[in-house]
Write a protein that binds this ligand. Structure first.
Ligand code: AMP
Length: 421
């Protein structure tokens, strides 16, 4: 037997229905915010991710699924959505006709991480990118679109954590200060942090291993190094959130693991009493330099990504999905072989009329066939036996009000339409 690859998931039965339900719900909400869908390839040049997320990011350094293809090109399965969207935005010159382009995506991402609760090697993200305009109002509106999605899904055990990591000037100053501060005792931190000290000291704040180390908790905070412009920008984002009654918590250590962020960064964190507690369910921020650094015009963007599996997990746990079990309009119960043959013709007529109709292809006893109607919660049963075939009638039983009627063959569609539509 060949098993699925470690860290991947099969979605089937109700789980697959939940997945598609979620996709429908979030895309319905995001369309109201003016976002349109972009579908980019799952496979891209490895360089795209190395350049966008930064050579030192966990994604590029440790987690990327990259390989040489048969033409010796270095390609990768995308570990995140933003880089591909921005690549496509530049390549297709989407900036030509609009000063602001709002895009959303939904699909699989790949990271070689240690699988555990809520962490997989192939997982799905829903994400948005608004590219072309720099405005605290836009940042806040993008955050509010995520808030709106949570509201629509009924999820309220989450908290919004927000910070600014400043513009380029603020970050250079802050980076130098962090370098000085951490050099004092860098040996007490993990080997990754030791490497980050010279390459990307901000990343030390984001370390998964040492996140509770007092050295990290007591590190200098970005707010003392922000340029006035960055400060005003962040205050404006917070003001818009406040005006719109969006609750948030400022966490000065929130820096996000990727190189491309500037100014506003945020995460929505799960608050629950099980192993999902503290996990991020959605994360994002503003990126001022990414488009330019990938060869496009000097335009900023802002976006976020949701983890689809994590949303499904919290929604299942909190019973937030409606009843999604399939419900058949009709199950036909055919009591002998002749009736089966006839029923297959009938079932096709029903389906042509847009009824969800099902039949047991094999069994002919009443009891066995009831199992199918129970499994599909059928609203109506149509019973076909010798008698019915002879009289060109059908016995129709309603599971809703338990009544039973004899309906002539030619009237069955009209009858069901009246009852069901
Ligand atoms: P990131 O791109 O790392 O900011 O992740 C955005 C969101 O994707 C996170 O908040 C998670 O909900 C989800 N996510 C990230 N990595 C994984 C993973 N390995 N397995 C499942 N979900 C993930």
């Amino acid at each position: 037997m060949i098993n699925k690859i470690k860290g991947t998931i099969d979605f089937y039965n109700l789980e697959a229905i939940k997945y598609r339900y979620l996709e429908r719900k979030v895309t319905d909400v995001i369309k109201d915010f003016g976002f349109s869908e972009i579908i980019t390839p799952i496979i891209e040049s490895t360089e795209l991710f190395v350049r966008s997320t930064g050579e030192e990011s966990d994604i590029a350094a440790k987690e990327i699924y990259s390989f040489l293809d048969k033409g010796n090109r270095n390609v990768a399965l995308r570990p995140e959505g933003t880089a591909g969207v921005v690549r496509s935005y530049i390549e297709n010159k989407l900036y030509v006709n609009n000063n602001l382009t709002k895009l959303y995506y939904f699909g699989p991402m790949f990271r070689y991480e240690r699988p555990q609760a809520g962490r997989y090697r192939q997982f799905n993200q829903f994400g948005v990118e608004a590219i072309g305009v720099s405005s605290p109002l836009l940042d806040a509106d993008v955050i509010m679109s995520a808030v709106n999605i949570f509201k629509n899904l009924g999820i309220n055990n989450i908290k919004l954590v927000i910070n600014t990591i400043g513009d380029f000037a603020s970050r250079s100053l802050y980076s130098k200060e962090l370098q000085k501060y951490f050099s004092k005792d860098i040996k007490s931190l993990c080997s990754d942090c030791n490497r980050r000290l010279t390459t990307s000291p901000l990343r030390i704040l984001d370390c998964k291993i040492d996140k509770d180390n007092p050295l990290i908790l007591n590190a200098p905070k970005i707010n003392d190094f922000l340029t006035e412009e960055s400060n005003i920008y962040f205050e404006k984002v917070l003001e818009v959130l406040k005006t719109n009654n969006v609750k948030y918590e400022i966490n000065r250590n929130l820096v996000r693991g990727l190189d491309y962020y500037t100014d506003t960064v945020f995460e929505f964190i799960i608050e629950s009493d099980d192993q999902l507690d503290g996990l991020a369910i959605c994360a994002g921020g503003k990126y001022s330099d990414l488009v330019k650094s990938l060869g496009g015009p000097d335009l900023p963007g802002v976006g976020y990504a949701f983890g689809v599996e994590r949303i499904i997990a919290i929604m299942s746990e909190n019973n937030l999905f409606p009843n999604l079990e399939p419900v058949a309009d009709v199950v036909i119960i055919a009591l002998d072989d002749a009736a089966k043959l006839y029923s297959l013709k009938l079932i096709n007529t029903l389906r042509e009329n847009n009824f969800y109709a099902e039949i047991d292809y094999v069994n002919t006893t009443m009891k066995q066939q009831f199992k199918l109607s129970e499994r599909l919660n059928a609203k109506y049963l149509i019973i076909v036996g010798e008698e019915e075939l002879k009289n060109k009638t059908l016995t129709v039983k309603s599971s809703l009000d338990k009544t039973q009627e004899t309906i002539s063959e030619e009237n069955i569609i009209k009858y069901l339409k009246e009852k069901l539509k």
